[in-house]
Write a protein that binds this ligand. Structure first.
Ligand SMILES: O=C(O)c1ccccc1NCC(=O)[C@H](O)[C@H](O)COP(=O)(O)O
Length: 381
């Protein structure tokens, strides 16, 4: 039972054994850190170009001495990767009950999604081990230039380059569109002047799929595609690429710095772009300190509470942060809650050169025409 402690005193030899076990446990937990685990699984360990050697060189001594959870906490990450404890079992006659407690109950929707993703990815990996994905990549057309497409759309129109989202549903809004044809929506977005597309692949919470991603690519849509997924393991990046993704989303409130660094390296090896998403100053500062970040998304939606405030984009681009972003030539994407030409003008004034828009476009009877309404003019051609 929870909170029950034995009052039995331990002889010193037993205490010694228990301490060793704790120490081993610490090491095991640290080595279960996603980059190291995935590097082992993907076989890209060693060699001067190897990812693990790049990662190893960057792990600070301070981090090595910490629990993975401590590293995560030191970076202000509140989302736990998986439940802390298995729920305690209680039996009443033949029935088995599991009691909920703080450790095994998600604190918010983002944490619930991440816990579900952890189980889902474990099952998916069993069916498609990394070596089969790598083999499949040999037959996938090379990735398209996601960031280049956004920059050239911005130069061509003088407006932020558009990443239009193929989004059927969301936890905050429910079903956005009943007659959902992902390929027709993607084609309408492309015709309407979208520079890139974002395709939600999560099934349980967004009613998306990797099949949607692949069908859009196979239908001949030329816009580069963002795999809009909750990435927690490198395996998902390879899987997204095998389905035609040109870019992936990395969420700073979910991933520790070390995972972000490692995943950026994987993406570079695969020729893919990474959209690293932040929502507050602390996340922005963490991400600005990571080498190789070229594209940052500021999500105006708090993924823990669903609150949307487009003022977040302005706040995070003010002062020294905005200056550093310009110096580093990082392209910033304003994400979520954008509905009108005034909203677009507001985030452009704040400093974004691209926007990511879902709801306000996907709900239009012609999502392509919705783009002209959103920007206040025709941005196609
Ligand atoms: O949209 C949600 O309800 C949501 C909930 C939990 C995690 C992520 C969520 N959305 C992902 C996104 O940020 C948006 O799909 C994207 O930025 C487009 O937003 P919008 O234009 O407001 O549909």
């Amino acid at each position: 039972m929870e909170g029950l402690v034995s009052s039995q005193p331990f002889p010193s030899s037993v205490i010694q054994r228990r301490l060793s076990t704790v120490y081993l446990h610490r090491l095991t937990r640290f080595s279960s850190c996603a980059p190291l685990r995935a590097a082992q699984q993907s076989g890209i360990t060693g060699g001067s170009e190897g990812v693990s050697s790049a990662v190893e060189g960057k792990v600070s001594e301070q981090e090595v001495g910490m629990y993975q959870d401590e590293v995560v906490a030191s970076q202000g990450i509140r989302i736990r990767r998986r439940p802390l404890t298995g729920p305690p079992l209680h039996y009443v006659g033949p029935f088995e009950f599991r009691l909920q407690n703080e450790g095994n109950t998600p604190r918010n929707i983002l944490e619930e999604i991440v816990w579900h993703k952890d189980k889902e990815v474990t099952q998916m990996k069993e069916k498609r081990p990394l070596y089969t994905l790598k083999k499949a990549l040999e037959n996938v057309p090379p990735p398209r230039d996601f960031i280049g497409a956004l920059r050239s759309a911005h130069q061509r129109t003088g407006l932020p380059g558009l990443i239009a989202e193929v989004k059927k549903a969301s936890p905050s809004r429910g079903i956005l569109r009943e007659d959902f044809d992902p390929v027709a929506i993607a084609q309408a977005y492309e015709k309407g002047g979208a520079a890139c597309l974002s395709v939600l692949t999560d099934e349980k919470y967004f009613k998306g799929s990797f099949e949607n991603l692949q069908s859009i690519r196979d239908a001949g849509v030329e816009c580069p595609l963002l795999c809009k997924e909750f990435i927690i393991e490198a395996w998902q990046i390879y899987y997204g690429r095998s389905k035609g993704a040109d870019a992936v989303l990395l969420i700073a409130s979910v991933l520790p710095d070390l995972d972000i660094k490692y995943m950026i390296k994987i993406c570079k090896i695969l020729g893919m772009a990474t959209l690293v998403e932040v929502h507050d100053e602390r996340e922005m500062d963490r991400v600005l300190a990571i080498e190789g970040v070229e594209l940052i998304g500021i999500n105006n939606r708090n993924l823990e509470t669903f609150e949307v405030d487009i003022g977040i984009t302005k706040r995070l681009l003010e002062g020294e942060r905005g200056e550093l972003i310009r110096q580093k030539d990082i392209l910033v994407v304003g994400e979520s809650g954008l509905f009108t030409p005034e909203d677009i003008a507001f985030v452009q004034e704040a400093g974004v050169k691209a926007v990511l828009v879902g709801e306000s476009l996907v709900k239009q009877s012609d999502p392509g025409k919705g783009i002209s309404a959103l920007f206040g003019r025709d941005v196609s051609g």
